[in-house]
Design a protein around this ligand. Structure first.
Ligand SMILES: Cc1cc2nc3c(=O)[nH]c(=O)nc-3n(C[C@H](O)[C@H](O)[C@H](O)COP(=O)(O)O)c2cc1C
Ligand SMILES: C=C(O[C@@H]1CC(C(=O)O)=C[C@@H](OP(=O)(O)O)[C@H]1O)C(=O)O
Length: 458
């Protein structure tokens, strides 16, 4: 079983996480974790705090020589802003509790319900922990999960599809559709040739047509385990096209709003500029795609084992996320079934496949072999430079709120958090299904399962 907890105040000395259940022998790749932390700090629309922080992970336990040992992993991320808050935030009795008091609750933040719940007269005691600063710890933990998934042949990719009124057009195919290599090995273990049109004109075997050609020859994808030196693919069926996924990762990273569509990205930045000038804030929508999940991950037999429920819960647990869609999501509710459900096809060489993915890769709470597609909607940031009406906690006097600093829009940062929490849930589901004490054991279990699935599908 995988589990983790985080601790840490926004302006305290550090954020901490303890992660348990990772198999021994997993390369933790500190640089990779730090890269994810840096991505979360980025994105157009962030406020002054991100100029202060330089998030870096420090492993305190469970890792030796770059590999997990099977013992709990403890990690820490320093808050550089702590230097400015030491006297106020001190754990000692000498803390200056009379300074920087917060008694004016911000509409949309945790201030008022937190004060009513915990009986605080200074709502700093609420906001310090309700702050999305906590998501830095979750991104570090999610990065470990992402490394585990990569070892299992699974890739997670996030991008922003809406900020305020500016959105990626939904009437054009996404360049992120597909991005899998059909069948890493044929029945004889050799790369298999897929010829477009084998099921009629325009059929690409459920894949986007390759640029400039009709035939697509695919080789095996290698996932190297640092511990065992095992380089054979874990899965004989559709594998993530890591080169193409990395290509899109670079394009997304180069966009200030993490958007694959340049014109929409420009429009999103203009939206953020307008909101900033107006003293307002903005939300939006991000999408997470996952390639290479084994069909059958999750379960239909018990409510809390359904993968859709687990993923939705994880995404909804991110601060300010107010809605989650799987596949077509809310759009499906307005269409007849004939325009929603993904018809099933079969060829002896390819096995079962779909030509559409409206289900977003999930049916019956289980992965169905198509790429996973989930979206999360973030509300606008609650702290506004333009005052909103509220009432003082102590005096009960009405007032117009004012702020010192805040993000105007944090949808790109939330997208990185979304990747992390999705990676975590999927890694946890993989650990349940293919669990082992070592990475090699887990890969072997997965490889056996994929062989079974292959024999059932062909
Ligand atoms: C990455 C990220 C950054 C955020 N930055 C801010 C911020 O600067 N100011 C703010 O008021 N809220 C910010 N939020 C949103 C609040 O944390 C969130 O609205 C608050 O915790 C209340 O939770 P709820 O919106 O889920 O009800 C941010 C959220 C995320 C995910
Ligand atoms: C610190 C982070 O985000 C913070 C999230 C946040 C909130 O209310 O959620 C409020 C702001 O905190 P501060 O008032 O210290 O500037 C953000 O900067 C971070 O993402 O690392």
């Amino acid at each position: 079983m995988l589990r983790f907890l985080t601790a840490g105040e926004s302006h305290g000395p550090a954020l901490t996480a303890i992660v348990e259940g990772l198999p021994a022998g997993l390369p933790v790749a500190v640089d990779y974790v730090n890269q994810q932390l840096a991505r979360r700090q980025g994105g157009y629309g962030r406020g002054g705090r991100m100029q202060i922080e330089r998030d870096r992970v420090r492993f305190l336990a469970g890792v030796r020589g770059g590999l997990t040992m099977g013992s709990p992993v403890a990690l820490q991320i320093e808050n550089r802003d702590w230097a400015n808050w030491q006297e106020i935030m001190s754990a000692g009795e000498d803390a200056r509790l009379d300074q920087r008091l917060v008694t004016r609750p911000r509409p949309g933040h945790a201030d008022l319900p937190g004060a009513l719940k915990y009986g605080h007269r200074d709502m700093r005691n609420v906001l310090e922990r309700s702050s999305a600063r906590e998501t830095a710890a979750r991104v570090a933990v999610g990065a470990l999960a992402g490394r585990l998934l990569a070892e299992l042949g699974v890739e997670v990719l996030g991008h922003v599809v809406r900020i305020g009124a500016a959105a990626v057009p939904d009437d054009i195919p996404s360049p992120l559709d597909g991005l899998t290599l059909p069948d890493a090995g044929g029945p004889d273990g050799k790369p298999r040739e897929i010829v477009a049109g084998e099921n009629g004109p325009g059929d690409t075997g459920g894949k986007p047509a390759p640029p400039g050609g009709e035939a697509l020859v695919c080789g095996a994808v290698e996932y190297r385990s640092a511990q065992s030196g095992d380089v054979s693919p874990v899965a004989p069926l559709d594998q993530p096209d890591t080169a193409a996924i990395n290509h899109w990762r670079e394009i997304i990273a180069a966009s200030p709003v993490f958007c694959v569509h340049p014109a929409a990205g420009e429009a999103m930045m203009r939206e953020i500029d307008r909101a900033r000038e107006a003293g307002d804030s903005l939300g939006g929508v991000f999408e997470i795609r996952v390639y290479g999940l084994p069909p059958g991950l999750g379960s239909c037999v018990q409510w809390d084992r359904r993968l859709d429920g687990r993923l939705a819960g994880a995404l909804m647990s991110i601060q300010a996320i107010k809605g989650v869609e799987v596949g077509l999501g809310f759009t499906a509710a307005a269409r007849p079934g004939s325009q929603v459900h993904d018809e099933i096809f079969h060829t002896p060489g390819r096995g079962f496949y779909r030509r559409t993915n409206n289900a977003g890769g999930l049916e019956g709470g289980m992965a169905n072999g198509e790429p996973l597609v989930v979206r999360a909607a973030m509300k606008p940031i609650p702290t506004l430079y333009k005052p909103l009406r509220s009432v003082d906690l102590i005096t009960k006097e009405p007032f117009a709120a004012s702020v010192e600093r805040s993000d105007v829009c944090a949808v790109p940062a939330a997208c990185v958090v979304g990747e992390a929490v999705v990676a975590w849930e999927l890694a946890a589901a993989c650990a349940e299904k293919f669990g082992g004490d070592t990475l090699a054991e887990m890969r072997d279990n997965l490889r056996r399962y994929w062989a079974e699935v292959r024999s059932r599908t062909l």
